[in-house]
Design a protein around this ligand. Structure first.
Ligand code: AN0
Ligand code: CP
Length: 321
């Protein structure tokens, strides 16, 4: 495996889930696989789960993880080509990437969407440069448009908790005070479309996800209708994807608090489990009552980030041999 970016990179979903179960049963069974191997985890943005679960997964495999927080511990990096670098950015990605690559065998990159230029973000400009200039296998640790480690962990979690062979999974937009990327819902949609589930997306008008990720999923703008009979409710805020109006890309079009997931929303589901990738703003995205209920599986969901990361790194190490 040379890159982990889209659902297609994981191959057969059932096989990936089986491998995740094996890893979870005995996560130290491959502790020699990564001996004398180094993974570089490069963060342009904040993180709790991704940073810790990736370090843990790498260590389980016997690898040496190096974490670099760009701009805090390193020089600020310029990502645009052809600019006169007379501002605050002291080094260009064009040099920094091959240098970092020379010290490691695998690279993971977190680089959020700028939410200013849809074309720049949706062409994954920063991640593509890592692929092109490193020559190493690259993992997206949430890049401009995708968060595959999260979506894989979400799939593992649904597989563990489902009570029906083909559960109904609803991705619901929820309000948030700040403009957030579409990476989490994009990947979740892409992975759910590939999984054995009935998948419905609900969001206010103007928030429809890019068809590249939404695929054939049912989009229902009436949130309560969408939630009826759900087995899993996956809440997430995202800013305007700008599909029909590129000028609105990255903007907040609604802060409607009626979309906050509360007990009234959960009451129309089939006693659904509540999921969120975290970090979550309580009583904005979800009420205390719902996130503190026994149906909330946000903690086991986050714990599965170690498992998804380990399966991906394990496959990359196996392909290095
Ligand atoms: C980020 C986002 O929505 O993409 C990271 C989520 C994993 N969330 C925030 O910045 C709050
Ligand atoms: N879910 C997730 O990726 O969390 P962090 O931003 O804390 O890594």
């Amino acid at each position: 495996m040379r890159k982990f970016f889209n659902v297609g990179d994981i191959g057969d979903i059932a096989a990936a889930l089986e491998e995740a179960r094996e890893v979870k049963k005995n996560r130290f069974a491959w502790k020699h696989l990564g001996e004398n191997r180094t993974i570089m985890l490069v963060f342009f943005n904040s993180s709790l789960r991704t940073r810790l679960s990736s370090q843990k997964a790498a260590t389980n495999l016997g690898m040496n993880p190096i974490v670099l927080n760009i701009g805090q511990e390193s020089w600020k990096l310029e990502t645009e080509l052809g600019v006169v670098m007379d501002g605050d950015k002291g080094e260009h990605l064009r040099e920094a990437i091959p240098v970092m690559a020379s010290y490691c065998d695998i690279i993971g990159v977190r680089s959020f969407a700028g939410l200013k230029d849809r074309e720049y973000d949706y062409s994954e400009t920063v991640l593509s440069q890592f692929i092109e200039y490193s020559g190493k296998p690259v993992i997206s640790l949430e890049s401009a448009t995708v968060h595959p480690c999260q979506a894989f962990a979400d799939l593992i979690t649904i597989d563990e908790f489902k009570k029906k062979a083909r559960p109904k999974v609803v991705l619901s937009w929820a309000p948030h005070p700040k403009a957030l990327p579409q990476a989490v819902p994009n990947s979740f949609a892409e992975w759910m479309n590939a999984a054995d589930v009935d998948f419905v997306i609900t969001n206010p008008e103007g928030y429809d996800l890019d068809p590249k990720f939404a695929g054939d999923a049912i989009v229902e703008h009436d949130q309560m209708k969408a939630l009826e009979g759900a087995d899993f409710v996956y809440a997430k805020n995202w800013s305007c994807p700008g599909v029909n109006n590129p000028d609105d890309y990255g903007k907040i079009l609604s802060k409607d608090p009626s979309w906050t997931i509360d007990a009234k929303h959960m009451a129309v589901t089939d006693n659904a489990f509540f999921m969120h990738c975290l970090p979550v703003r309580r009583n904005v995205i979800v009420s205390d009552e719902v996130i503190d209920s026994p149906q909330s599986i946000v903690i086991p969901e986050a714990a599965n980030r170690e498992i998804s990361a380990q399966v991906v790194m394990k496959r990359m190490l196996e392909s290095l041999k």
